[in-house]
Design a protein around this ligand. Structure first.
Ligand code: NAD
Length: 260
């Protein structure tokens, strides 16, 4: 029960990595609120995992974020110990000159602006408490160049800059801020990413998969549960001296250069 007595918010937790993190936190005794912009996923979550509190919110929209935080803080008497800024979209594939402004802006809004909006609300509480742990989902695309995915790479590098800067700003309040950088995670999202890459580059999805794996030392994708275990570690007492870090869980990926 490593998180007994803790309250957590996980954004974009209706599926994938966020859901795995929410389940891991609940299994360690935390009270967990999950938001997702997909109403159907939230309904499904309420049916299948009633111990996780599911709420509908689009974290790229300021009024939704305010409503989410107002409701959660009212329900848990103003206590918030953990915020996981997980919601993110892959954004478009293609040479930069083909990317539309609206796709570029949407990628930054869902990955970066949402993290700012949620973190700003969490800090009001965590600073008063003199404690808290904020986990931001970056990516291997936030530590390496990623050709034909410039909006996503830009967003995920921004998350690293925000993490390191904020960790310095709020460390004196006992608040820790870390980024997790997953490598390719098995599941529907990577299936969609590989299908889009295959189309852009006129290759088969198997060829794209093989190229990804060839650049991973352990020769395997990672699982959502691997990311959840890292989140659990850094939010528990075991991680109490860890802040300002970009923690890769990627089977050791040295490059995302898929142009070869
Ligand atoms: P996913 O697409 O499986 O799940 C993301 C969830 O977020 C979905 O349920 C979606 O409905 C929700 N969501 C999207 N936009 C939202 C918004 N504006 N407000 C609220 N909810 C929103 O993705 P995932 O693989 O679980 O990825 C989670 C995070 O990890 C993302 O930030 C992603 O960029 C990052 N990441 C994923 C991988 C991977 O291979 N899957 C690798 C590196 C980093």
């Amino acid at each position: 029960m490593e998180l007994f007595g803790k309250t957590a918010i996980v954004t974009g937790g209706g599926s994938g990595i966020g859901l795995a993190i929410a389940k891991a936190f609940v299994s360690e005794g935390a009270v967990v609120y999950v938001c997702d912009r997909d109403k159907n996923l939230v309904k499904e979550l309420r049916d299948t995992d009633p111990q996780i509190m599911g709420m509908v919110a689009d974290v790229g929209v300021e009024s939704d974020v305010d409503e989410l935080f107002d409701s959660v803080l009212e329900a848990c008497n103003g206590q918030l110990d953990i915020l996981v800024n997980n919601a993110g979209i892959a954004g478009p594939n293609g040479p930069m000159e083909t990317i539309t402004l609206s796709d570029w802006e949407a990628t930054l809004r869902v990955n970066v602006i949402s993290t700012f909006l949620c973190t700003r609300r969490a800090l009001e509480v965590m600073k008063k408490q003199n404690s808290g742990s904020i986990v931001n989902l970056s990516s291997t695309a936030g530590t390496h160049g990623y050709p034909l995915r410039t909006p996503y790479a830009s967003a995920k590098w921004a998350i690293v800059g925000m993490t390191k800067s904020l960790a310095m700003e709020v460390g004196g309040y006992g608040i820790r801020v870390n980024a997790i950088c997953p490598g390719p995670v098995s599941g529907p999202r990577m299936d969609r990413v590989m299908a889009a890459e295959a189309k852009t580059r006129n290759l088969s999805e198997k060829q794209i998969y093989d190229q990804f794996v060839s650049q991973i030392s352990l020769k395997t994708f990672v699982e959502a549960e691997d990311i959840a275990q890292m989140a659990l570690f850094i939010c528990s007492e075991r991680g109490e001296k860890i802040s300002g870090q970009t923690l890769a869980v990627d089977g050791h990926t040295e490059s995302l250069s898929l142009l070869t």
